[in-house]
Design a protein around this ligand. Structure first.
Ligand code: BTN
Length: 238
């Protein structure tokens, strides 16, 4: 369970993920720790990409020590995505929020938030979250947008507080009811469900119809007459 959060609030750091790793090497990480930064000088995105982090947007790392088997940790990325989407919609229910496999939150078809999950030696899970609040940070060749372009309801403290409350709630849902309810919530707002998409591997790509995600959290793609299952770890989308 996730009872209380503890906060480390930094005005500037290289990356809240790297900061957490330094704490890990000093054996100072704890379940429920939240590290926030006003800006990051070396913010990291997925696949070692840079995450531009000027002042004004939301950047934080939440540290979890999940009690479930490490085999299921990647399913938590859906719980986190859904929590961010729900938090945004709680603050402004008029917004058009969608989830793009595996870890992007889209607003009117453009990326508004990203999630980076890192497993620290099967002991801790670092959940890095970046939300474009007032500045667009394009990444992965995706078009980007920010919340302030669409709504006046947002401020950083409210957004952080609402996201953490939803994560706490959905973490409990995950523990008590399993992956299924979160998978369904994610699929209700999945971008491109039923359409053709392209999954890029390091040395090849697979195109097919996006059928859904399976009970293990893998992407189901109908390609060359069969259903292919793709793990998030293997793939990036160009
Ligand atoms: C992505 O979409 O590629 C994931 C982006 C994750 C960015 C956040 S910002 C807070 C945390 N610290 C980092 O250096 N990265 C994550």
């Amino acid at each position: 369970m996730l009872e209380n959060f503890e906060f480390i609030s930094l005005s500037e750091t290289d990356s809240t993920q790297i900061y957490a790793k330094r704490l890990f090497s000093k054996k100072k990480l704890k379940h429920g720790l939240v590290i926030t930064a006003e800006k990051q000088t070396a913010g990291v995105g997925r696949y070692d990409r840079k995450w531009e982090s000027p002042e004004g947007n939301l950047y934080f790392t939440l540290v979890l020590k999940p009690t479930i088997s490490v085999n299921y940790w990647s399913q938590l990325s859906y719980a986190i995505g859904v929590s961010i989407g729900e938090a945004i919609l709680l603050i402004d229910h008029n917004l058009d929020i969608k989830y793009k496999w595996v870890n992007d939150i889209m607003l009117e078809g453009k990326k508004v938030a990203g999630i980076l999950l890192e497993n620290l030696e099967d002991q801790f899970l670092l959940i890095g979250i970046g939300v474009n609040l007032i500045k667009n940070q394009a990444i992965d060749n995706l078009q980007a947008t920010c919340l302030s372009e669409h709504s006046n309801n947002f401020n950083k403290d409210l957004l952080l507080d609402t996201i953490l409350r939803r994560i706490k709630m959905n973490y409990e849902v995950f523990h008590s009811l399993g992956f299924e309810p979160l998978r369904n919530l994610w699929l209700k707002r999945a971008l491109n469900l039923g359409s053709n998409i392209k999954a890029n591997f390091a040395d090849h790509s697979v195109e097919g119809r996006f059928l859904g995600i399976d009970a293990k959290g893998r992407l189901e793609l109908f390609s060359e007459g069969e259903v292919k299952f793709i793990d998030a770890a293997e793939v990036y989308f160009g």
